[in-house]
Design a protein around this ligand. Structure first.
Ligand SMILES: Cc1cc2nc3c(=O)[nH]c(=O)nc-3n(C[C@H](O)[C@H](O)[C@H](O)COP(=O)(O)OP(=O)(O)OC[C@H]3O[C@@H](n4cnc5c(N)ncnc54)[C@H](O)[C@@H]3O)c2cc1C
Length: 607
């Protein structure tokens, strides 16, 4: 079973991605060039990623005291990906990029996430370089970002610390000016960093010539104390090996040390590290302290980092989606081939008849259709958000601003919804396999383990939910929410004309009204403790409403296409979502609207 027809349908029949070539920025492109990129990604994923997904799980990275050792397959995959030009897919022609729409880049990267999410397709490196393109000085871009786009260097994002995960205001890494004339360094104001960064993905390896860490740290005030809160956070480029202004390695190792590798539940093909900055293991010019170059202005580091995080969150949502999809395809294949049991007729079961394949049982069909509804719906959502990124960058000013605001509201959903529901899809994929699914002889348990990360990193589920309810639906006087509601309304008006979709359209209108009312009720007393006590159920209901809208809109496009099995499948997935999933929002929103304090007020000793 191939993913490609689904991607093609969503990209071209639903999102009309081919029309992007009418924009000046993408004028050199056409459906043919988009297809060529997708062909290449599909082939590389099939040849360089999928065959090694189990290998990278069993051969975890290990540290031999000098180096972190990864399987050769990881290096081969990285090199192939870098050589394909995908690291700079979205960049200007002038710097060697393809000027590809982000929509197509995201669709291409979906194939790698499905084949082997943990071998990875440069998400952190591209995000790191993109941040520098937006906020770095011209020389920082040339020396660091361009070498990341070529694949010579790779990148990390170093936010978390052992005591500062969700609460980045508590970052304690300290950056002090590196002596007299520290501001005159051509690579940027030069500081020395000291501190510990926890959970840093791809923080140490030998895949690339150098690793460019982007590190959040605080510059102490005149009293020597670190400024409180997020406003005191600055951003620094800390290369593992120091480079000159031409980007050549100087031969000096920076004072960044691997303190240890984390041994993860899944996603084991990517190293995950505890890094010590500035402990003196590799003194530079005879002194302890990791050399770091300030990016942008002091105190504005978190804002810059968010530039990286928004795209990263769509990337995380896509990874969760494709892990779910991998499980769906595997369990569909299994269900088509596994004989077990007999149908229950009016006279009971007939043991003289051969067993049927499990795909013939209603409950197995339920589990397969749920996976399809979750994963193909989530893929549509991620591509829709990717298309909004292109709108934000290339549409006329008003439409671009609408896209920006819509993205603000949809990003927590794009990150969190697949992380929860495509993980549930992975659980169902195990269930379809029965006992075999619980063994390492089949791939589905690994998909679940890999996917379990996504509700944790890039802002936990709880943090995303608070971002949605405390910030995103309120910002700019609720304009983002109103824009989203208007888009949903547009879909409802078109769908109501279609006999096959009219009931769903009415259900969506009702759901939208319920979400709006619950948003108001949550904030009715203006007390954040009450409003946010049930932020996660709110996000679940909001997410399900968004997905119901996405499915309705996809179904409208599907009705335009010829009646095929694929069309039948999409309409059934839509129906499943409306009959089995959307009604759940009532229970979720009830506690939100009532500002139910059952959990929030329970004293600790009662647990
Ligand atoms: C495999 C992996 C890869 C990672 N990669 C990176 C990386 O490359 N770079 C990087 O900087 N970080 C990375 N992280 C770190 C990740 O972003 C953090 O783990 C995450 O932000 C949570 O921080 P924490 O682990 O300290 O948990 P905590 O912040 O201690 O959270 C624990 C629980 O408490 C809840 N909680 C915390 N605060 C609140 C609150 N105010 N209100 C309600 N609930 C709250 C959380 O939702 C969570 O359920 C990675 C983590 C993992 C596991």
């Amino acid at each position: 079973m191939s993913l490609r027809p689904t991607v093609d349908f969503l990209l071209y029949d639903w999102l009309g991605a081919q029309t992007l070539s009418e924009r000046e920025r993408f004028a050199d492109h056409s459906r043919e060039t988009f297809d060529a990129v997708l062909d290449t990604c599909e082939r590389m994923a099939r040849e360089k990623y999928a065959p090694f997904n189990r290998l990278v799980d069993t051969q975890e990275p290990h540290f031999d005291g000098e180096q972190v050792i990864l399987p050769q397959a990881t290096k081969d995959a990285w090199d192939a990906y870098a050589q394909s030009g995908m690291l700079s897919a979205a960049q200007d022609h002038a710097i060697g990029g393809m000027q590809l729409p982000y929509t197509v880049e995201a669709a291409g990267n979906a194939f790698f996430a499905m084949a082997s999410v943990s071998i990875g397709a440069g998400m952190l490196t591209v995000g790191n370089a993109n941040l520098l393109m937006a906020h770095g000085s011209p020389l920082q871009r040339e020396v660091f970002a361009l070498n990341e786009f070529s694949g010579r260097f790779s990148g990390t994002m170093c936010l978390s610390e052992p005591q500062a995960g969700s609460s980045l205001s508590d970052v304690a890494t300290r950056a002090t000016p590196d002596g007299e004339g520290f501001e005159a360094d051509p690579l940027g104001p030069r500081y020395r960093l000291r501190g510990n960064k926890m959970w840093i993905s791809a923080g140490e390896h030998e895949l690339t010539e150098n690793i460019i860490h982007l590190v959040l740290a605080k510059i102490p005030g005149p009293d020597g104390k670190l400024p409180p809160g997020v406003k005191g956070i600055s951003l620094f480029i800390v290369p593992k090996k120091l480079v000159d202004t031409q980007g050549q390695l100087t031969g000096v190792r920076n004072d960044v040390t691997l303190a240890g590798l984390n041994h993860k539940c899944g996603w084991r093909g990517t190293t995950n590290t505890l890094l010590n900055f500035g402990e003196g293991r590799f003194p530079v010019e005879g002194r302890a302290g990791a050399v770091g170059y300030l990016v942008g202005e002091p105190g504005k580091g978190l804002g810059c980092m968010f530039h990286m995080m928004n795209e990263a969150r769509i990337g995380v949502g896509m990874a969760a989606t494709m892990l779910g999809m991998a499980g769906y395809h595997a369990s569909l294949d299994y269900a088509r081939n596994r004989p077990q049991g007999r149908p229950m007729g009016a006279a009971g079961k007939d043991p003289t008849q051969p067993q049927v394949r499990i795909i013939e049982h209603a409950d197995v069909k339920r589990m397969l259709l749920a996976q399809k509804a979750y994963c193909e719906g989530a893929l549509a959502l991620e591509l829709y958000c990717a298309r909004l990124v292109d709108e934000q960058h290339t549409a006329a000013p008003e439409a671009a601003d609408d896209a920006r605001l819509l993205l603000e509201v949809l990003t927590p959903i794009a990150k969190s919804w697949p992380s929860e529901w495509c993980l549930e899809a992975n659980s169902l994929a195990i269930q379809v396999h029965g006992g075999y699914g619980y063994t390492r002889d089949f791939p589905v348990e690994q998909y679940w383990r890999d996917n379990r990360l996504n509700m944790i990193h890039e802002g936990t589920h709880g943090i995303q939910a608070m971002d949605l309810l405390a910030r995103k639906v309120l910002m700019e006087n609720g304009k983002g929410l109103q824009l989203l509601a208007a888009r949903m309304q547009g879909t409802i008006e078109r769908a109501i004309q279609q006999p096959a979709l009219a009931l769903h359209a009415n259900a969506l209108a009702q759901a939208l009204q319920q979400v709006g009312a619950a948003t108001k009720a949550a904030w009715a007393t203006g007390q954040p403790t009450e409003a946010l006590a049930n932020a996660v159920p709110y996000m679940q209901a909001f997410g399900h409403t968004v997905l119901a809208w996405i499915w309705l809109d996809v179904s409208l496009a599907s009705l335009q296409a010829p009646a095929t099995a694929a069309q039948l499948g999409r309409l059934a997935a839509c129906r499943f979502f409306y009959h089995y999933e959307l009604p759940k929002i009532g229970a979720w929103l009830q506690v939100v609207s009532a500002r139910d304090m059952t959990c929030a007020e329970l004293p600790e000793e009662a647990f």
